[in-house]
Design a protein around this ligand. Structure first.
Ligand code: ZN
Length: 497
């Protein structure tokens, strides 16, 4: 396709910023009939991308030789691609996302802090901390702060639903509306203990949320305030509305993810991240921001990457949650037919009721571990109650198979340092997952298998699926394709713990 490039250089008062408008001569239609998943991508400063809740993994910037840290992520409305932007204004495109231009080679006076896609998915804007806005593809320039003296760095931006405007927010909570984006209020002038990190717009664009570094949410216009999770140990980096608009997800730099309203619960396995998260993106919205100060960034970059707990490359662990149930024997039968070991995170009261089933798991050479006693969210419990949930589960498994479990998986992936330390007292190591095909939503066996295989890029996999908690016939039906597909991609199937 033919692409015309117009570059306009504009002399600004304090900075020599460039306004770059790259116009595609023909438009690229979003993939027809693609059903965007409910999932979400999280971007990390080292270029890492985590695809959760059925969002497809389409590659990452890790090891790409990019010298500038990744600072933001934006998704395509097809749900099949995403962009990463670096502090230096470089952009990398993955999946069906196309590269419409970058700021590479452009002398920036201030670092880029956010990237956000147009509603068509055929363009994007980037914004720098001085409020300079850069438009690419079908994104249009409606104004910026590049020539205005501002009190605090710009932290984040979001497009209006039409794409004919956008909001910018400063770390001091000031909101700036351009084009058809309207102003619904700001935190400008108020006293804050923590700077604003990011902005997320509502579905109809008649409101927005601001999230501060400490996780506090301020809602304006028609945006509902559905609660916030504050933290002193981490930094909020993005707030993304749910697909309906009646909820939002807040992502934190340490990998914590909190959902409010009707946002789909997702979680990142609590591996120690090699680099902090910088933002979150879904098919319908994205949010990244200046949650991390430059000081944080340089600190993060100077710290050697910690060891992660994932399996080695080309190793995959099938892990089954919420059993045992009437579907467990069906799962075991396929695993045995294919000679595949797997790991079961069992629910204590089900183990107590059906010890024969976990005995069958152990007899088949499977790893029998624990979820908790009654699928409680452990983060909502006191340390004593966490201990009780896990101890009863350990006792149930131990009495059934005469072997003690070594690992646990917190229900919902909901965990914190108290959960981890209470579990450690019982000798239990926490295991989460990095592939979630959302089999519990019963999207069809083919879809379950396809989602797992789309994550099989060679990295080590912990696949979270279920043998209990509902009708698991689709999960069982998906297993042959998952196993064959992983083996065809060079994977060895392993058990954990
Ligand atoms: Zn579960």
């Amino acid at each position: 396709m033919r692409v015309t490039v117009r570059v306009g250089l504009q002399r600004l008062r304090s900075v020599a910023a460039a306004v770059v408008v790259l116009t595609a001569a023909s438009t690229v239609a979003p993939a027809a009939n693609a059903a965007p998943s409910a999932g979400m991508w999280l971007g990390a400063m080292d270029g890492g991308v985590f695809a959760l809740g059925g969002a497809p993994f389409r590659g990452s910037g890790v090891g790409s030789g990019t010298t500038s840290p990744v600072i933001a992520i934006a998704g395509r409305p097809t749900g099949a691609g995403y962009w990463l932007a670096t502090l230096g204004g470089d952009v990398r495109a993955f999946g069906d996302a196309r590269l419409f231009g970058t700021l590479r080679g452009v002398r920036l006076n201030r670092p880029v802090v956010d990237i956000t896609g147009t509603p068509s998915g055929n363009g994007y804007w980037m914004v720098a901390t001085d409020g300079g806005v850069f438009a690419f593809g079908d994104a249009r320039f409606y104004g910026g702060l590049g020539n205005v003296r501002i009190n605090a760095p710009v932290a984040s931006m979001a497009p209006s639903p039409t794409g004919n405007g956008y909001w910018l927010v400063g770390a001091d909570g000031g909101v700036f509306a351009y084009g058809d984006a309207r102003f619904y209020g700001s935190l400008g002038g108020s006293t804050m203990t923590s700077p604003v990190a990011a902005l997320g717009a509502t579905r109809d664009g008649r409101g927005y949320w601001l999230v501060r570094r400490d996780g506090m949410i301020s809602a304006f216009g028609d945006a509902p305030n559905l609660g916030a999770a504050t933290t002193s140990t981490s930094v909020a980096v993005g707030v993304v509305r749910s697909s309906s608009g009646a909820g939002y997800t807040v992502a934190y730099s340490d990998g914590d993810i909190r959902v409010f309203g009707d946002a789909v619960p997702i979680s990142l396995p609590s591996v120690r991240l090699a680099a902090p998260l910088v933002g979150a993106a879904a098919a319908w919205a994205s949010s990244s921001g200046f949650g991390l100060t430059l000081l944080d960034i340089f600190r993060a970059l100077s710290t050697p990457p910690p060891r992660t707990t994932w399996p080695a490359a080309h190793q995959a662990a099938l892990t089954f949650d919420d059993g045992p149930s009437s579907y467990t024997r069906g799962v075991l039968s396929v695993l045995q037919q294919y000679g595949v070991p797997a790991t079961f995170f069992t629910v204590g009261y089900e183990v107590a009721a059906m010890p024969d089933l976990v005995r069958a798991e152990a007899a088949a050479g499977m790893s029998v571990e624990v979820h908790d006693w009654d699928h409680a969210d452990l983060t909502r419990l006191s340390p004593a109650a966490i201990d009780s949930e896990l101890q009863r589960s350990v006792d149930a498994v131990t009495s059934a198979i005469h072997a003690r479990p070594n690992c646990f998986r917190p229900p919902y992936g909901s965990t914190n340092s108290t959960v981890v330390s209470e579990a450690a007292k019982l000798g239990l190591t926490q295991i989460l997952w990095n592939v979630d095909p959302s089999d519990y939503l019963r999207p069809g066996a083919q879809t379950i298998a396809a989602r797992v295989l789309s994550a099989a890029s060679g990295r080590g996999l912990v696949i979270g699926i279920h043998d209990g908690g509902g009708d698991r016939s689709q999960t069982i039906a998906a297993l042959p394709a998952i196993i064959d597909g992983l083996r065809a991609r060079g994977y060895t199937l392993i058990k954990l713990c």
